[in-house]
Design a protein around this ligand. Structure first.
Ligand SMILES: NC(=O)c1ccc[n+]([C@@H]2O[C@H](COP(=O)([O-])OP(=O)(O)OC[C@H]3O[C@@H](n4cnc5c(N)ncnc54)[C@H](OP(=O)(O)O)[C@@H]3O)[C@@H](O)[C@H]2O)c1
Length: 255
């Protein structure tokens, strides 16, 4: 084993599947995992975006899937293992939110957020468990949110808070169930980062004022500021970390 501690963060020879890799944080995560040596399997619904990203990442495998559809989830895991030969790291990143107060929030919005952000996460993990158990190792990184730990108002989104809160506690429970099979399960909980999801907030003075007031570091996160946390949870550098919800939120939740 190398005595360079930075080598612990490398994923050479490993296969990492990232859902929601067609945009935002997921595309960044795929690039980062690829950069440290992983073969990346990238998934989402917008195929042309995945193909374009794959063009930048030699060896990347594109598997389009809608994670709100159970058959797609099953095909995604089966095809990943068939085409890549193994699956070491699952990054459950695909997510949606509906910013709306409860008076106008619809049941469809609530259920869609739960399907994509929570049910799909549970099901994709479940589908990986036999393969990872057989191999005696595996890593799950659930991209939750600081809004899985605190409320969101004035940026109202009960659908999102409920779905991410469920992911945080499911992470703890599955970490307990799976640790002795060699599988680690953690949640990464970002604060606000620029992406399609947060686009309505960008340039909106009241949202920006809110972030400036409540984040101890008074700004949104920069793109690269999740890289280290992702790699810590995904790699051997985090081999004694499981069941953890790692906040990367500029101190937003320190209040
Ligand atoms: N940005 C933030 O400030 C922030 C903060 C905390 C947590 N997060 C979490 O980070 C993750 C990524 O968010 P983001 O900000 O990068 O959002 P984004 O730019 O809106 O990207 C969302 C990704 O999820 C995919 N997706 C959505 N619905 C899907 C479905 N039914 N099936 C498959 N893929 C689907 C989208 O791809 P397609 O449309 O191509 O399917 C896209 O690639 C989410 O889980 C989000 O909750 C973000």
């Amino acid at each position: 084993m190398s005595d360079d501690p930075l080598d612990l963060f490398r994923l050479d020879g490993q296969v990492a599947l990232v859902t929601g890799a067609s945009a935002g944080l997921g595309a960044r995560f795929a690039r980062v995992l690829h950069r440290v040596g992983a073969t990346v399997v990238i998934s989402a619904r917008r195929v042309e975006r995945l193909e374009s990203l794959a063009g930048e990442l030699p060896g990347a495998i594109v598997i389009p899937a809608d994670v709100s559809v159970a058959d797609d989830r099953e095909r995604l895991i089966v095809e990943t293992i068939e085409r890549a030969g193994r699956l070491d790291v699952l990054v459950n990143n695909a997510g949606v939110s509906h910013i709306v107060g409860i008076e106008r929030e619809t049941l469809d919005q609530f259920e869609q957020a739960m399907q994509v952000n929570t049910t799909a996460v549970w099901h994709l993990i479940k589908l990986c468990v036999p393969h990872m158990t057989e191999r005696g190792s595996g890593v799950i990184v659930n991209i939750a949110s600081m809004l899985g730990l605190v409320g969101a108002t004035p940026i109202k989104q009960a659908n999102y808070c409920a779905s991410k809160g469920a992911v945080v506690n499911m992470t703890r429970e599955l970490a307990l169930q799976l640790a002795r099979k060699g599988i680690r399960v953690n949640a990464l909980c970002p604060g606000y980062f620029p992406s399609e999801m947060t686009e309505p907030m960008l340039g909106d003075e009241s949202s920006e004022q809110y972030i400036r007031t409540f984040a101890a570091i008074p700004r949104m996160g920069y793109d690269h500021e999740l890289d280290g946390a992702l790699l810590l949870l995904a790699s051997a550098a985090g081999s004694y970390i499981t069941g953890h919800a790692l906040l990367v939120d500029g101190g937003f939740t320190a209040h």
